[in-house]
Design a protein around this ligand. Structure first.
Ligand SMILES: Nc1nc2c(c(=O)[nH]1)N(C=O)[C@@H](CNc1ccc(C(=O)N[C@@H](CCC(=O)O)C(=O)O)cc1)CN2
Ligand SMILES: Nc1nc2c(ncn2[C@@H]2O[C@H](COP(=O)(O)OP(=O)(O)OP(=O)(O)O)[C@@H](O)[C@H]2O)c(=O)[nH]1
Ligand SMILES: [Mg+2]
Length: 461
């Protein structure tokens, strides 16, 4: 157990109906006792946890009433941090909260670092690392589905999966160690086959987890969508139409947009981060050049490209140059300005270039075809999969990378078995795979990583 007592304002600073201050640690109850005057005389050492008591926060030196509050005591280990916790619900304004906080700091509590309550819950074994990380995902969830996935993770869905994989790795390791311990016994063919089978099984399960990582990430972080195309095709008009707001400047002059304009829209529950970019072309204008450069960089990180073409001009060499840049991306081709289009657009040529990409005819200006576009975006994101949010989702890049590294070792081990590599070498890979999986739940991580993860949390969390 940690020795010091921490305190923080747990609710956002601003005008609210109530604001909560949370104290945790061995001195929490003592600190609370010194500043709280219950309205009715109660025995402070009440045994019933979770009782809400009405009273006042009083500056003990001056007998000055600072706020009218409700206070609760949660004795460790039956609390969020597994330590003694006191919560004070004040009136939700900056001044009462700050004054109560100051008062508690004078009683020997220290200001909590960001994420320190959750970190204590982790260090005290109430939550593992992936569960603790899910808390921040719940807070930052942008949609219902995102929150649901994070809640499942808080419930231990991912941890359980990882523990199962780790168990299987340990069994495999035991098999291999047996061979190492008794080197005189040849690794029989049957034995070897079973080890390979078990290893392949674990690889398959890891693959399955990784397979939905992309969808998980989208639910968690939203979909990075970039609108691209040559100048003047109507990219900014499209952004405005999707936002239903005149956000970006639209003119008939090619090269209007220079900076990246970023907004989030909500398409049927999935957060879509839409970025309007400078039209891609060779240019002598320095400012425009920088914009073009930024657009190109953005393309690499994009999950989805909305490629805008101009129906009034038809396909040009310039279009092809830009199309070339997004060849290996998820692309939706939009033929814009169909409200005035006179030229027949050669969609066959486009289809050849992008056989898998949907082609839609729209008018950003007249708002034609936008609903279809939203539907197509949804279909493309979910890839026709009916995603039920109760499967185990990998949504966090840290978890995904750990799985991938673990996978590398598993592949190496499997190859080793097939190539009759000495078993002690194979066991090193299996051990590494096991250890890396432990980074997800936190049973094999260093202090540095733990500090880094929790410092990303908000203050008071
Ligand atoms: N006021 C308040 N609301 C809150 C929190 C909090 O700390 N304070 N939470 C914080 O983020 C979340 C709730 N999380 C919590 C998780 C565990 C325990 C807890 O006391 N667990 C004990 C007792 C369980 C039981 O009664 O069975 C335990 O696990 O031993 C409390 C809150 C959201 N709402
Ligand atoms: N008729 C018609 N005109 C459109 C449509 N969409 C855009 N325009 C016009 O096309 C011109 C360019 O529109 P923008 O949205 O600024 O084009 P852009 O692709 O953002 O241009 P840059 O920022 O310069 O790359 C403007 O005059 C728009 O009004 C459309 O669907 N129909
Ligand atoms: Mg523009």
């Amino acid at each position: 157990m940690l020795e010091d007592t921490i305190v923080a304002i747990a609710t956002p600073l601003g005008e609210g109906s109530i604001g909560v201050i949370r104290i945790s640690g061995p001195g929490a109850i003592e600190a609370g006792r010194k500043v709280f005057r219950p309205k009715k005389n109660i025995n402070w050492h009440i045994k019933d946890n979770y009782r809400l008591v009405y009273g006042y926060i009083v500056n003990p030196q001056q007998e000055e009433i600072i706020d009218e509050v409700l206070l609760s005591v949660m004795r460790g280990p039956h609390s969020f941090t597994a330590e003694d916790v006191v919560e004070i619900s004040c009136h939700g304004g900056i001044v009462p909260l700050r004054r109560v906080l100051q008062l508690l700091l004078r009683q020997g509590a220290r200001l909590a670092e960001p994420g320190e309550f959750s970190k204590r819950a982790f260090l005290n074994g109430r939550l593992d690392l992936s569960q603790a990380e899910s808390i921040i995902d719940i807070i930052r969830a942008k949609t219902d589905a995102g929150a649901q996935i994070a809640m499942a993770q808080l419930g231990g869905s991912l941890s359980n999966k990882i523990f199962t994989l780790q168990d299987k790795l340990l069994s495999l390791l035991a098999q291999i160690e047996a061979v190492i311990d008794f080197p005189e016994e040849d690794i029989g063919e049957a034995n070897l086959q079973e080890m390979s089978r078990n290893c392949s099984e674990i690889i398959k399960e890891t693959e399955q987890l990784l397979a939905n990582a992309q969808t998980g990430k989208i639910y968690r972080e939203g979909l990075q969508t970039v609108i691209v195309g040559k100048p003047n095709v109507g990219k900014s008009s499209l952004l405005n139409a999707l936002l239903r707001e005149q956000r970006a400047i639209v003119t008939e002059i090619p090269g209007t947009t220079r900076d990246i304009i970023e907004e989030v829209i909500n398409i049927r529950g999935i957060p879509i981060k839409i970025m309007d970019t400078a039209g891609l072309r060779e240019t002598r204008d320095l400012v425009e050049q920088l914009g073009v450069e930024k657009s190109r960089e953005l393309l690499n990180q994009a999950d989805l490209i909305l490629f805008v073409l101009d129906a009034t001009t038809g396909l040009s060499a310039e279009d092809y140059r830009v199309l070339e840049l997004v060849r290996d991306k998820k692309v939706i081709l939009l033929i814009n300005k169909i409200d005035v289009a006179s030229i027949g657009f050669d969609t066959e040529a486009l289809k050849e270039f992008f056989p898998k990409s949907p082609i839609l005819k729209i008018s950003a200006k007249k708002e034609i075809g936008l609903e279809t576009l939203e539907q197509v975006i949804m279909d493309l994101i979910l890839e026709g999969k009916v995603t039920s949010t109760d499967q185990v989702f990998i949504s966090n890049t840290r978890h995904k990378q750990a799985l991938e590294r673990s996978m590398d070792h598993l592949q190496e081990a499997l190859q080793g078995m097939k190539a009759l590599v000495p078993p002690d070498l194979i066991s090193i890979d299996i051990r590494s795979a096991w250890e890396i999986l432990g980074e997800i739940t936190g049973n094999t991580v260093g202090e540095d990583l733990i500090d880094r993860i929790f410092s990303d949390f908000c203050i008071g969390k």
